[in-house]
Design a protein around this ligand. Structure first.
Ligand SMILES: Nc1ncnc2c1ncn2[C@@H]1O[C@H](COP(=O)(O)OP(=O)(O)OP(=O)(O)O)[C@@H](O)[C@H]1O
Ligand SMILES: [Mg+2]
Length: 284
């Protein structure tokens, strides 16, 4: 199973949203990371066919997706960044409706399984108009997963979820990713650091870097430091270095700082994370 994106570009008038994007996807989780406006949703909308690319070719198992028609649409599950959910439906009715649109036969068991997985089983008969933001978000994930799609595109799936739900959703995505190509656009680096096999840093529509999260994090090795200082010194460190985190215990302040060279005698080296590397790549 392979989805290949070859030299895909898209502009909105003069604004280049995606430039020569080239990457092949096989089963597993891919994280699309990048700041606002870097082209994540544009790429997803092109893969789903909702948006027309200007140039380039996308193939699935060697076949041009633009020539596959229904066969390709049947492979897709998509959770948009701003999902619209019909308010008059109950959670269960909504999933049955989506299942019907996707042509899923006898979806009962699947609907129950997915509602349990996203922890909405106990509210399955409630109208979605009564749902909180996080509940709607989980229902939007559920509708994307109905029909066991081979290509699952999730645009900010954990936005607005509380920490417990975040972890539940993250684990669920990881579990179902074994036989699927899962592409997740997110700003929350920690959500994908341990479940993604590949992280893609997207900068102004171009791949700035791409690789296993641990390998990318390692690129910040020797550049992450922890400095203990007084609160009056924080601004001066901020003026000189990229400060990733400021933590105060009431007396001392601990700064997490990015610097190619040891920033001061008291600085201690710290193990790098993917977030450190993300900040390093996108700070410039
Ligand atoms: N419908 C549109 N019309 C014009 N420009 C657009 C449109 N959609 C996106 N853009 C522009 O294309 C670029 C990429 O936007 P896109 O929504 O793909 O970014 P993103 O990485 O998903 O951002 P975010 O993290 O905010 O969701 C931005 O410069 C944006 O302003
Ligand atoms: Mg987006």
């Amino acid at each position: 199973m392979e989805l290949s994106i070859n030299n895909v570009s898209k502009s909105y008038k003069q604004n280049k949203a995606l430039s020569g994007f080239t990457l092949s996807f096989s089963p597993g989780v891919y994280a699309l990371l990048g700041p606002n406006g870097s082209g994540k949703s544009t790429l997803m909308n092109i893969i789903t066919g909702n948006l027309k690319k200007d140039s380039g070719v996308i193939t699935y198992n060697g076949k041009d997706i633009s020539k596959m028609g229904e066969e390709y649409l049947g492979l897709l599950g998509y959770m948009p960044q701003y999902p619209g959910i019909y308010p008059q439906f109950t959670a269960e009715e909504y999933l049955y409706y989506i299942a019907a649109l996707k042509g899923v036969d006898d979806p009962g068991e699947q609907v129950t399984e997915i509602l349990c997985a996203v922890e909405l089983d106990d509210v399955r008969s409630m109208k979605t108009s009564t749902f909180s933001g996080g509940m709607k978000q989980r229902l939007a994930l559920a509708q994307a997963v109905i029909g066991d799609p081979k290509i699952l595109l999730l645009d900010e799936p954990t936005a607005g979820l509380d920490p417990k739900q975040r972890i539940a959703v993250r684990n669920y995505i990881s579990k179902i990713s074994l036989d699927k190509i899962v592409i997740i656009a997110t700003h929350v680096v920690s959500d994908i650091e341990y479940i993604a096999k590949t992280a893609i840093f997207l900068k102004k529509g171009v791949i700035a870097d791409c690789g296993a999260p641990s390998a990318l994090a390692q690129k910040s090795d020797g550049r992450v430091w922890v400095i203990k200082c007084g609160s009056e010194q924080v601004t001066s460190y901020q003026n000189k270095y990229k400060v990733i985190n400021i933590h105060s215990d009431g007396t001392d302040v601990n700064l997490r700082v990015l610097s190619d060279a040891k920033p001061c005698d008291t600085a201690a080296p710290a193990a790098p994370t993917l977030e450190d590397e993300y900040i390093r790549v996108f700070a410039v």
